[in-house]
Write a protein that binds this ligand. Sequence first.
Ligand code: SAM
Length: 288
Amino acid sequence: MKENIGELFICATPIGNLEDITLRAIRILREVDLIAAEDTRRTRKLLTHFDIHTALMSYHQHNAVARIPELITRLKNGDDIAVVSDAGTPGISDPGLGLIKAAIEQGIPVVPVPGPSAVVTALVVAGFETDTFVFAGFVPRRGREKRQFIEKVAEEYRTTVLYETPHRLINTLKMCMTTMPDRPIAVCRELTKVHEEILRGTPHLLLEHFEKTPPRGEFVLVISEVSEKRGGAKSEVGDESQDPPIEEAVMELLAKGYDKKTAIKMVAEDRGIPKREVYGAAINIPAL
Ligand code: SAM
């Protein structure tokens, strides 16, 4: 057993381009006794590229509960450990934070090794205000939770950064179109990679684009701040108690040009209720 307790290094790694790693990160990854990696396959590629031969251990959301005590014991026994996420800075929307908190609780030194993070990378290319901004993390998958989340974002006046998956992007843009139609959004795709793309526009324009070109790869959405110039965009939808009757909500969407099937689906998803319930309530609308 070593004399001193070890250190936990929070080690940022590239979010795409392998050149985006710091000299210090390369040295630390070489020197530590163990690397706790969210995605060992991806990290192995990185290590091979830089000719690093440190031992790897998987540490991801499904084994974090079991792994944390194991890693803490090794740190207490004197091993230095680097934690890396599949990409970017560990601890932001990934399992890194659990280990960081446990180490702090146990009095183990936590050492930052800063570098790329998808949040900041997207924020600075979006071109919106950066003096103050909100990072809201992953957009919830669907239903009421998602609707409430998007409404909150629509009410936020600061630039807001979100993580989103390719298969849910279109639905999210549709919700942005209803709740914040005038807010410019930057969709940042595959940052630092071969197919890097930054598209800026209103939710409507972006939706048109992605309906023609299906979204692929990794995405960060940056929603612009509300500037006085734009007249202070506000959510059109209030909290549940202020929801218009179902019939009215469907009619609003029809007036915006949605077809009846989509309008019913959107209202059902928005309110977290079955489609047949919306259909039943909206049966008397002439267009139906
Ligand atoms: N902790 C990481 C960080 O700070 O960059 C983020 C981890 S989170 C699990 C992964 C999400 O970050 C992806 O789903 C995507 O939304 C975003 N992301 C990561 N790399 C990206 C890239 N190269 N381009 C666009 N978005 C990316």
